[in-house]
Write a protein that binds this ligand. Sequence first.
Ligand code: ZN
Ligand code: ZN
Length: 333
Amino acid sequence: MEAVRLYGVGDLRHDTVASPAAPAPDEVTLAVSVAGICGSDLHNYRTGAWISRAPSIAGHEFAGTVTAIGESVSHVAVGDRVIVDSRYTCGRCKACRGGVGQVCTELGFLGEVIDGGFAEHVTLPGRNVLKAPEGVADRHLAMAEPLSVALHALNLMHVPEGAEIIMTGCGPIGGLITLLATRTGHPVSIVDRNAARTALLAEATGATVTDLDALADHYYRYAIDTTGNAHVIKGLVSTIAGASRLGLVGIGTAADIIDPVHLVEREIALVGCHAFNDELATIGKMLPDLAPHLDPFIESMISLADVPTTYDRLLAGEATGIKTLIKIGDTGG
Ligand SMILES: [Zn+2]
Ligand SMILES: [Zn+2]
């Protein structure tokens, strides 16, 4: 079958590989329909930060149809369309037992610790698939995972009803946070140096385009950063209003940018947001309503063969849209 595998830093290849093994008792096999390229895929390709095995079929955002199930899997059946939980958790550590698997001590992601969804077929643990809602196109189902990340960040921010949010970074996660926030009645101001992206997002969601220099004049108490950029985070910490919350979603590089005195004296709560917890099931229920609003976020639907050159294009900052999807199987949508 066709697959896209990461061999090492900067080395991603479109390969022909053997089909995955038949599912073990607690596993399922899917025919992948659509997958999405995530900022973290690009980060891993550029830095090798999460390479624990190589080559590994990449991809943690995907949807598909169940083609085989192990004997102890009962929540899905062959022929079901499913959405996929990208987290590979141990199920045994204190975090897992305490219901916060997103901080499992052994947390890994599909596509990194086991083969992922940039392939025609994938075998994965049954607990990683959830029956898809009826009537939602595969390209929208493939966005369930980043939508869950976006919803998790918003949930952690505890933004009071109607309160204004400033959002830095208009990539897929920033874009989807903006969509979910505006749909629940929050005015959102967006900042990104890519003007094509801010314009697109403003058009799709009604968000207001602003820039970091304008922040000081505005009284924001809820800020979310998806850039991970030290300069941007520093700017937010120094200009956000007192008694405020700052959510950090983007993964950057380690940097000395936060002054604890500043946080205490201006009472700024820092909120780290990582992956998601039970938000995937919630997004599954929301998808029929959200689906009609997702197409403006899709820049293009490419093939598996196009993935390596597309990584380079996206890393060069040449994206004009927000999300690149890969059409893999027969989707009918
Ligand atoms: Zn992702
Ligand atoms: Zn665990």
